[in-house]
Design a protein around this ligand. Sequence first.
Ligand code: HEC
Length: 149
Amino acid sequence: MKYSLWGIFLALFIACAPKSTEEENYLSEISDPEVMKYAIHGKTLYENYCGNCHQNDGKGLGKLIPPLREADYFRKSVHRTVWIMRHGQEGEIIVNGEKYDQAMPANSALKPLEIAQIATYLYNIWGMNEGVITSSEVEKYLRSKPEIP
Ligand code: HEC
């Protein structure tokens, strides 16, 4: 009896453990080694600086925090996303048909390379394949406010 219970526990452990890490690790969607160099750091930075709000799975939080994953607003412009990471975002926006109106704080501590790593991570997972977003592109984007609404 004792042994069979342990057997059940062990089987449950084996059945559950690899699955949960697989679900979390979106890096497995990336095959380009150049993209991976950025994305590996981007994942950690994303989880530290954005994941509390947007969630590690990118799905956001109810009506308070908009999703990044499979989000029309996010997909529309890398320039705008880069700008938001540095300057925050305030005022009503519509994401996938839902209204959001909470302030996202600015983050002046993020360096262009770190923004590039986060952006490269986010734009090469969840079915996207934008390639490397470099820190010089980020610097260029940060020089001018995006024009799109
Ligand atoms: C304190 C919570 C918080 C943190 C941390 C945060 N955000 Fe946001 N973010 C928000 C909120 C709230 C909005 C919606 C702003 C509005 O309603 O105008 C938003 C909006 C956005 C948008 C535009 C809407 C969308 O869904 O595409 C992007 C892109 C974005 N955030 C990316 C990021 C990234 C990348 C980071 C990490 C560098 C980050 N955010 C960190 C709360 C946060």
